[in-house]
Design a protein around this ligand. Structure first.
Ligand SMILES: Nc1ncnc2c1ncn2[C@@H]1O[C@H](COP(=O)(O)OP(=O)(O)OP(=O)(O)O)[C@@H](O)[C@H]1O
Length: 297
């Protein structure tokens, strides 16, 4: 690496984390000889614009923020030769956890200095790329309710609190899914389309997902209401896909989803719209900088 731009979301994280990032940048300059530029976002969407501009003259773009900022940065890097790195300054930090990278921004910066670059698949939801996953139904409805001020105040607990009224109102929605042309129908509560394994930083729902297999993993949870949730959750925990009624695990390159009423959709933790939508894998589309000891499957 020679030329690096760090794109920082100043709204994510705290002063302590920002100081750690500043120290990490100083170390990159003095120890690695990297030319490092720092750009701060002013609003949602800036990180994609900045990443697209900076990709032309940089070897590495580092997203300093949460998974939403990482998603915006990778949307500007897909298909370029410029690699994506991440420094955790968010709430969930699922990508950083998936990579077994440190949650301390300074330690994470040191891991990147010593890292290696790999090509990975990304997912695409209509025009928007995603690195981790897309959620349709339950989790997107919860995501829509959680504001960034809630996340700052309560951390991941904000999702738990906001999930209660959403679960109360949850009803299965008649849904038609096409998996590379193969149909799957039912009353969907939640559909997860995943590129990576770790969900929400805690649970391996898509436990067979691999970021270099040219496939997306699709976990469907069908039912009538939240009363079906304990059964489905037990099925996920004990890998009862295909054995528990309503719980299926598939893999596909292209997935089309249409519902009897529009269901909300999130990618990498940000709400992006509603069904119908088409999802596809874009194989080996993004270069990522990983800690030296991290091997991705
Ligand atoms: N300067 C900014 N002002 C307001 N919103 C911003 C700004 N920069 C980025 N954003 C938006 O904030 C969203 C959330 O930020 P980010 O993901 O960095 O933090 P987080 O939500 O705390 O972390 P996580 O996604 O890991 O839970 C991003 O998707 C982005 O669209």
């Amino acid at each position: 690496m020679k030329r690096v731009t760090v794109i920082l979301n100043p709204m994510a994280g705290n002063a302590h984390q920002r100081r750690a990032i500043a120290k990490g940048i100083t170390e990159w300059r003095s120890n690695q000889g990297w030319q490092v530029r720092l750009r701060e976002t002013r609003r949602a969407g800036d990180a994609t614009t900045f990443a697209r501009e900076e990709a032309k003259r940089n070897d590495l773009i580092v997203a300093a923020g949460g998974d939403g900022t990482i998603n915006e940065v990778m949307n500007g890097l897909v298909g370029t030769d410029t690699a994506l790195g991440a420094l955790p300054v968010g709430t969930g930090n699922v990508w950083v956890r998936e990579l077994h990278q440190s949650l301390n921004p300074l330690h994470a910066a040191r891991q990147l200095a010593d890292g290696h670059v790999e090509l990975v698949d990304v997912g695409q939801a209509n025009e928007r790329y995603f690195l981790l996953m897309a959620g349709i139904g339950l989790d997107a409805a919860i995501t829509r309710e959680v504001r960034s001020a809630d996340k700052k105040r309560l951390g991941r607990l904000a999702y738990v609190i906001k999930s209660l009224p959403v679960l109360w109102r949850l009803r299965g929605t008649r849904t038609r899914i096409s998996l590379d042309g193969e149909p799957l129908k039912g009353n969907a509560l939640f559909v997860l389309i995943s590129n990576s394994r770790l969900y929400g930083g805690v649970l391996n729902i898509a436990y067979r997902a691999a970021m270099r297999d040219g496939m997306l993993d699709v976990c469907t949870m069908m039912g009538d209401s939240a009363l079906d949730a304990p059964k489905l959750l037990a099925g996920i925990l004990f890998r009862g896909y295909g054995m528990i009624e309503g719980l299926e695990y598939r893999q596909a390159r292209e997935i089309e989803i249409a519902c009897s009423k529009p269901l909300p959709i999130q990618v990498d933790g940000d709400a992006i719209g509603t069904t119908p939508m088409t999802f596809r894998v874009v194989p080996q589309a993004l270069r990522v900088l990983l800690p030296r000891t991290t091997e991705i499957n």
